[in-house]
Write a protein that binds this ligand. Structure first.
Ligand code: SAM
Ligand code: DTB
Ligand code: SF4
Length: 330
């Protein structure tokens, strides 16, 4: 019998005693955030260069294979049926269209193709269709990633059998704040799915969103939860909230750009072996701000003109940025 892994909920202790065996204490993560900016950047660069080749950046292309009409109430999401965002629902995309987009992604220089669906969890028929997409996209010579919501152990096993390389399931915010942002599922539900993905032998992609009014303490809580996973996710997307009118978080105060860079640096230091992905929000970032994120240890991006329901930085602009900074795509 195989033993099942669990991913524990890691919250800020109410007593000063930290649980034993915790790799990253909240206080240590808060201390990193409190470092002078240049000291934090220097430490992040040291960690980055000890673990990765400086300047190498992995590129993933996203495709929304099923858009909108989601039963969940995630406060940031344009795709929730519970928020009036004016987004048009779309049915599951046919395989040939997915493959056309995957071929274009490969041609543009992406190494991974990530397919996202606005589901709480996939049903049997939809999972079978996605499994076919995964095996066909793999045949094009691309790594595959899907994000389909919650999975049970059998679904994770089926995706692993199809050769899925990564499953994206973000924890999104600090444990203490999760219930304020989402009420239709819990953080523990998300952690359970991540454990099932791990048990099935699929690489884990899990990160979060900043700029939802969480403050430095909230960001420390988010990073602690990720960095204390055993092992930490192989891929850690750091998303900057895209504030959609009609969502409960539409009026969130934007995060200070340097605090965004600090979050990337702290993720790099606490998860030295993980790819840290500069994710949603890059379209609105200057080249200089993105360069600081790469200095802070980001070594992956979403590449291609669209994220799921919004635009992304243009590929031409990205190519120019890579050339100007001497970045190499892997
Ligand atoms: N339904 C699946 C789920 O929730 O896991 C997959 C799709 S969901 C859109 C994937 C992730 O996109 C979310 O976990 C969140 O991190 C990110 N995301 C969604 N809306 C966002 C927004 N407005 N700004 C930044 N990131 C967002
Ligand atoms: C992740 O961490 N960010 C991506 C991907 N995983 C699925 C999604 C970003 C969504 C941004 C808002 C939108 O396009 O709807
Ligand atoms: Fe649905 Fe995922 Fe959006 Fe939440 S984040 S509303 S689960 S699509």
């Amino acid at each position: 019998m195989t033993s099942e892994s669990t991913v524990t909920l890691f919250t800020k202790p109410s007593t000063p005693t930290e649980p034993a065996g915790v790799r990253w204490k909240i206080a240590d993560i808060e201390a990193l955030f409190a470092l002078p900016f240049l000291d934090l950047m220097f430490r992040a660069q040291e960690v980055h260069r000890a673990n990765f080749k400086a300047g190498e950046v992995q590129r993933s292309t996203l495709l929304s294979i099923k858009t909108g009409g989601c039963s969940e109430d995630c406060g940031y999401c344009s795709q929730s049926a519970r928020h009036d965002t004016g987004l048009e629902r779309e049915a599951l995309m046919p395989l040939d269209e997915v493959l056309e987009r995957a071929r274009a992604a490969k041609e543009s220089g992406s190494s991974r193709f990530c397919m996202g669906a606005a589901w709480r969890s996939p049903n049997e028929k939809n999972l079978a269709a996605v499994i076919e997409m995964v095996s066909e996209v793999k045949k094009l010579g691309l790594e595959t990633c899907v994000t389909l919501g919650m999975l049970d152990a059998e679904q994770a096993r089926q995706l692993a059998n199809a050769g899925l390389d990564y499953y994206n399931h973000n924890i999104d915010t600090a444990p203490e704040r999760y219930g304020e942002v989402v009420t239709t599922h819990t953080l523990q539900d998300r952690l359970d799915t991540i454990a099932k993905v791990r048990d099935a032998g699929i690489n884990v992609c899990s990160g979060g969103i900043v700029g939802m009014g969480e403050g430095q303490t909230g960001r420390a809580g988010l990073i602690a939860q990720l960095a204390n996973m055993e092992p930490p996710p192989e891929s850690v997307p750091i998303n900057k909230l895209i504030a959609f009118p009609g969502t409960p978080l539409a009026d969130s105060e934007a995060i200070d750009p340097f605090d965004f860079v600090r979050t990337v640096a702290v993720a790099r230091i606490t998860m030295p072996g993980s790819f840290v992905r500069l994710s949603a929000g890059r379209e609105q970032m200057s080249d200089e701000l993105q360069a600081l994120c790469f200095m802070a240890g980001a070594n992956s991006i979403f590449y291609g003109e669209r994220l799921l329901t919004t635009g992304n930085a243009d590929t031409d602009a990205d190519m120019r940025l890579f050339a100007r900074l001497g970045l190499v795509s892997i």
